[in-house]
Design a protein around this ligand. Structure first.
Ligand SMILES: Nc1ncnc2c1ncn2[C@@H]1O[C@H](COP(=O)(O)OP(=O)(O)OP(=O)(O)O)[C@@H](O)[C@H]1O
Length: 350
């Protein structure tokens, strides 16, 4: 699927002939836009400090330890495609002829996230968000086509060490306290040349920075034993990954199961981590508008295909330019995008 570069304005889309506009169906073919801001050659030479100093410090000032990302990563994925082999159900038990079918889970997905940016992947259930995130983390089994690069380099073991991956279903020991959980992770994950005291200190810092001080001595809990709240639990999972100070942080549905205020606070934490020079990518199901406006970029998937990839703040402008306008003003862009990606179009247009 071609990606339309829109720089510096979206006039190229507005002036595109009607024949190139997407059809109104469940998939908006050929409607992908990649609205990246123009990058001057000098931008690539900007130091992390200057990038960070250009940004609002209100969140990062609360995260002094987490501010430094030592080796910023620009993640770029281009024309990414992934298929899985399915075995035909009718061949089971009764016949010996098993026919193999393939299913395309991702097709033509592109995007870029730079240090300091928070990219959100949106789309209905089953649209391929987790698969894309897993591919970006170098964890997808099988072969993908297209390219994924980290500062222009392919995935490698040294890149792997700079990636933090927070899965949707975290695995935490229910009987350990928050402090014990993070100390245990610090013992396992921090370099051997750090002393025991330094590792504990690192765990303590994470607790402070992620606002877990109140529950530091509470047990984490689980399905059968009551422990910390859902939001605190998510922050413990994120804290485990932050111990190694990742340059690229990937999170699968970090706000699922959280109320909107807790989700907003958690996203504020992620935004702060991004502003500290990290590249942060998260999948998210149905963000509120307040959450949506915290994203720098969005990739919207529909059946594995992108319908938008670019600046979050320009999506409504882009959609309006190709004839998609919500039925009423002040609509949450995320709701509108999800309706489009789900093919619920009838109520939406003038
Ligand atoms: N290994 C696999 N075997 C079978 N189907 C798979 C496999 N991996 C992915 N899929 C299918 O690919 C599609 C995309 O899955 P994925 O988990 O990426 O979606 P998602 O957008 O993250 O969904 P959700 O929001 O519900 O978590 C789904 O229909 C899923 O069933």
């Amino acid at each position: 699927m071609p990606i339309l570069e829109l720089e510096p304005s979206i006039s190229s889309v507005t002036s595109s002939p009607a024949s190139t506009r997407p059809h109104v169906n469940t998939r908006m073919d050929n409607s992908t836009v990649h609205a990246e801001p123009p990058v001057s050659p000098n931008d690539t030479n900007l130091t992390l400090e200057s990038r960070v100093s250009n940004q609002n410090h209100s969140t990062t000032s609360q995260l002094p330890f987490l501010r430094e990302s030592l080796r910023p990563i620009t993640l770029k994925f281009e024309d990414l495609a992934y298929s899985i082999n399915l075995q035909s159900g009718e061949a089971h038990c009764f016949t010996s002829h098993e026919s193999k079918r393939t299913r395309t889970v991702l097709s033509g997905v592109s995007g870029v996230v730079r240090p300091g940016e928070l990219l959100a992947m949106l789309g209905p259930s089953g649209s391929g968000k987790t698969t894309l995130l897993t591919a970006l983390g170098g964890r997808l089994p099988g072969k993908t086509s297209g390219s994924i690069t980290y500062n222009g380099q392919p995935f490698s073991s040294s890149i792997k060490r700079k990636i933090g991956f927070v899965t949707q279903d975290d695995v935490l020991y229910p009987h350990l306290t928050v402090l014990e959980t993070l100390t245990y992770a610090a013992m396992l994950r921090l370099p051997k040349n750090l002393t025991h005291e330094e590792k504990v200190e690192q765990a303590e810092l994470i607790i402070t920075e992620l606002g877990l001080t109140m529950c530091r001595n509470s047990i984490v809990g689980g399905a059968l034993i009551r422990g910390v709240s859902g939001g605190e639990r998510k922050r413990v999972s994120i804290g485990q990954e932050l111990l190694v100070n990742p340059s690229l942080l990937l999170l699968d549905e970090p706000t699922s199961g959280l109320d909107s205020t807790t989700a907003l606070r958690l996203m504020g934490t992620l935004k702060g981590l991004a502003k500290g020079g990290r590249s942060v990518v998260t999948t998210i199901h149905q963000p509120s508008s307040r959450l949506y406006w915290m994203f720098d970029k969005v990739v919207v998937l529909c059946d594995g295909c992108p319908i938008y990839s670019g600046q979050a703040c320009r999506v409504m402008e882009y959609l309006a330019s190709i004839g998609f306008v919500p039925g009423f003003s002040l609509m949450n862009p995320a709701d509108f995008l999800l309706d489009l990606a789900s093919g619920k179009l009838n109520d939406l247009f003038f």
